[in-house]
Design a protein around this ligand. Structure first.
Ligand code: FAD
Length: 319
């Protein structure tokens, strides 16, 4: 069976959910092999979880430099393994970093890059959702190894047995790869909340929230649900919430199990970043708000009445 390479997204040995989604998607095309790039000792921490999502093989590229040089060590590792293994495809998560890696690897392999897939099919084609979800497109690489970036949350991760047989990859020591160096990493606001694109629940606030202080009502509901907080562009532009939490065409794309929109009208550019969410709940005081067109559950009402009641109810049920 053809190999399918999956780039593992991990931080300090903790594998992100999107990687398990990639391993699941890879099974439609062949046998998944995971590519782990990290500091020495990383593979030992991540191997078991990769095996439990069907990784037959784990290529390990460990080096003290791996976390210090942005995307190049990952590009080097993927291109090196792909050169040896001739995989059916290379899959990465469609994060900002993943998309950059996909482009660079595709150039190295002389193959095609298929971005932002929401589904991977057995015939090698991928499904993409474009123009804010108004059209669904099927694309297939016309030549070379396809490098596919898959939207986090678009594929449901399913466990499978894998052997995770280890193979070491020696990264080429190319000076050009070290042109840009990471000089510091600082955590940003968001505290203990899950990362926006990884979260299974997202609670977002829009212009209807009215101020930065009042965003507390969004955060409280999010915290009661163990959710990430998102924001519309209007909320970000008004200074209610930091830009890295913006959901939409020019923000992050999310596809959680549950998306709660508070005081968001549902403009096409916002929908582009959230409409593949499995269940959408909207609270808006305007019954004509377009968000209700895509909401599975809608509440016409004042978010400052509804959200605190929801927060209390969730707290009660948690006991
Ligand atoms: P509004 O459209 O002003 O809606 C506020 C809503 O809150 C209204 O429906 C109102 O009825 C409701 N409301 C008010 N008070 C309450 C209350 N107390 N309780 C309940 N409901 C209340 N937008 C994005 O979100 N993400 C993007 O990435 C993005 N990219 C863009 C890219 C381009 C090129 C362009 C042109 C626009 C982009 N936009 C994006 C902007 C987008 O077009 C909308 O302007 C924006 O999404 C509106 O945000 P909003 O729904 O919070 O605000």
């Amino acid at each position: 069976m053809a190999e399918v390479l999956v780039l593992v997204d991990q931080v300090d040995g903790e594998v992100k959910k999107s990687t398990f989604e990639l391993l699941t998607a890879a099974r439609a095309l062949g046998e998944p092999s995971a590519v782990v790039v990290g500091a020495p000792g990383t593979a030992g921490k991540v191997k078991d979880s990769l095996a439990s999502y069907g990784a037959a093989k784990v290529y390990v590229a460990e080096s003290d430099d791996a976390t210090g040089y942005l995307v190049t060590p990952k590009v080097d590792a993927l291109a090196t393994v792909a050169g040896q293994a001739s995989p059916a495809a290379v899959l990465v998560s469609a994060t900002a970093e993943g998309k950059e890696i996909a482009g660079r690897v595709a150039i190295r392999l002389g193959g095609a890059v298929l971005v932002d897939a929401v589904g991977v099919n057995g015939d090698g084609s991928v499904d993409q959702s474009i123009f804010g979800g108004a059209f669904s497109v099927k694309s297939k690489a016309a030549k070379g190894t396809p490098v596919v970036s898959v939207r986090p949350g678009a594929v449901e991760a399913e466990q499978a047995d894998g052997a995770a047989a280890e193979e070491t990859v020696d990264l080429p020591a190319v000076d050009a790869a070290k042109a840009a160096k990471v000089t510091g990493v600082e955590p940003v606001v968001g505290g203990d909340r899950p990362e926006l694109t990884e979260a299974s629940i997202v609670v977002s606030g829009g212009r209807g929230v009215g101020s930065a202080d009042k965003f507390e009502v969004v955060e409280k509901l999010a915290d009661s649900l163990g959710a990430a907080v998102g924001a519309s562009r209007a909320a970000v532009d008004s200074g209610y919430y930091p830009a890295q939490f913006q959901v939409g065409q020019t923000g992050k794309t999310v596809s959680p199990q549950l998306y709660v929109a508070l005081g968001i009208s549902g403009a096409i550019q916002h929908r582009a970043g959230m409409q593949t969410s499995k269940t959408i709940v909207a609270v808006n005081k305007d019954p004509e708000a377009p968000i209700f067109e895509i909401a599975d559950f809608g509440v016409v009402g004042d978010l400052f009445d509804v959200a605190p009641q929801l927060t209390d109810e969730v707290a009660k049920r948690k006991g």
